[in-house]
Design a protein around this ligand. Structure first.
Ligand SMILES: *Cc1c(COP(=O)(O)O)cnc(C)c1O
Ligand SMILES: [Zn+2]
Length: 421
């Protein structure tokens, strides 16, 4: 595959200096993060809508716009999740055209992290790395462990000790070495940077981060393709480290630049966080240039609980430059919206999904997102992983003896259907 000369190298996101395509992640001149840079003129003759559509429905159909040198060797089936027309939810919110990008059913670990990890680990193998890992708020841990196992890589995964049990055991089951760290995500992440410096292992969100982040673009490519190669007017994304929201927009820009969608990108991007850990939304709302780190995150939405997000500055800038906005919501609103999404669309999203929907609702109610324009809400993780968050809000089901009389005695189950003859 000629993909390698489509990639120019890794470019500093502040000074623009170009570095070789290697496990580099920051610019020594200004400590800013690096990003994969492509030669779009070279790519253009090799891509078309029909070529993409002729390939299997997974994220790799857009492989010319991903930074691998060869075929993907980790997670070849990842992506291709549904874009769901959400009319019942639209009615509940009082909007006209609403879509859910449902990565709660991404393969194999039920979150959008499988997209970023399959790129990062395929790249790790191209670099000849055998030992890989990550710092994680949960979903990344699941994904690195599962995809690492499927590729025969050794995995070491560091998580904050207070993470949901389901996410810790849902990582250990794959044979990963899981280490619980008594500290916040930011402390875990700092430790991972030291481990990378000491051992040279491939940590997907540290030294493989420029490659990892590119995987998020496929969410944007899929949204555009499923809309018939059109861009929506408004996209609401959850924000943890702040990479996803920027990469969805980068994807739209690439499609526009390559002539695969018409005209310049006018999509407004909106970021969602929990009130208990809102560094990026606070930065946008208070019109500050840089975010103020949140020292002690406190929310049920643990997957988004990054107090000092690596891409915080860039996410806030992007949101402003597109004319979008950011908001944050309480834990009660998160739980309420997990239920709203489940009841209206039959989609059980994790706490991050509840956060994103609750923020979308808040932005619609405040008039930031107009009711008569097209809106896409990104659901990024599965509710089965964070069931504890909703259990307390639900009624305990009634228990009866196995006879019809007791069943009939239950109130509220009179359904007006003709009895079977
Ligand atoms: C990691 C994660 C995000 C946000 O990703 P960033 O790119 O770090 O902003 C959103 N939703 C879920 C469920 C996640 O696990
Ligand atoms: Zn630089």
């Amino acid at each position: 595959m000629p993909n390698n000369d489509f990639v120019l190298g890794l470019k500093c996101r502040v000074c623009g200096k170009l570095y070789p395509k290697a496990a580099n992640f920051f610019c020594p001149d200004d400590s800013a993060p690096l990003e994969v840079a492509y030669d779009y003129a070279k790519i253009a003759p090799h891509v078309s809508k029909t070529k993409f559509a002729s390939r299997p429905r997974n994220m790799w159909r857009y492989r010319e716009l991903l930074p691998l040198d060869g075929e993907p060797t980790v997670g070849p089936q990842v992506g291709g999740t549904p874009l769901v027309r959400a009319d019942r939810l639209a009615d509940a919110l009082g909007v006209e055209r609403l879509w859910i990008k449902n990565d709660a059913v991404n393969f194999p670990t039920l979150s959008f992290k499988d997209r970023v990890v399959s790129v990062a680990l395929s790249k790790a193998r191209e670099f000849g790395m055998r030992m890989v890992g990550c710092a994680s708020t949960g979903n990344l841990a699941n994904s690195v462990a599962a995809l690492g196992a499927s590729a025969g890589l050794e995995t070491v995964i560091l998580v904050p000790a207070d993470l949901e049990k389901t996410k810790i055991y849902g990582t250990a089951v794959y044979g990963a070495k899981v280490v619980k760290v008594a500290g916040t995500y930011d402390q875990v992440n700092r430790l991972c940077t030291q481990i990378v410096m000491e051992y040279g292992w491939g940590f997907v969100n540290v030294n493989l981060r420029p490659f990892y982040a590119e995987g998020s673009k496929t969410v944007g490519f899929e949204i555009a393709e499923d809309l018939g190669w059109r861009l929506p007017q408004h996209v609401v994304c959850p924000m943890a480290g702040g990479a996803l929201i920027g990469k969805v927009h980068k994807a739209f820009n690439e499609l526009s630049q390559l002539g695969l969608v018409n005209g310049p990108v006018t999509t407004k991007m909106y970021g969602a966080q929990a009130a208990g850990c809102n560094p990026i939304s606070d930065c946008v709302k208070s019109n500050r240039e840089r975010h103020k780190p949140v020292r002690t995150p406190n929310t049920i939405c643990k997957s988004l609980a990054i107090g000092d997000p690596a891409d915080g500055y860039f996410a806030a800038n992007l949101i402003r430059s597109t004319g979008g906005w950011a908001e944050d919501v309480s834990d009660a609103e998160i739980v309420e919206c997990m239920q709203l999404l489940a009841k209206t669309e039959g989609i059980f999203a994790e706490t991050a999904g509840g956060t994103t929907l609750a923020v979308a609702r808040k932005l619609i109610e405040s008039g930031r997102i107009p009711r008569d324009e097209e809106i896409v809400i990104c659901v990024t993780g599965n509710g089965l992983k964070t069931q504890d968050a909703v259990f307390e809000a639900l009624d305990e089901p009634a228990t009866i003896k196995p006879n019809l009389a007791e069943f009939k005695a239950l109130a509220g189950l009179e359904v007006a259907e003709p009895a079977l003859a």
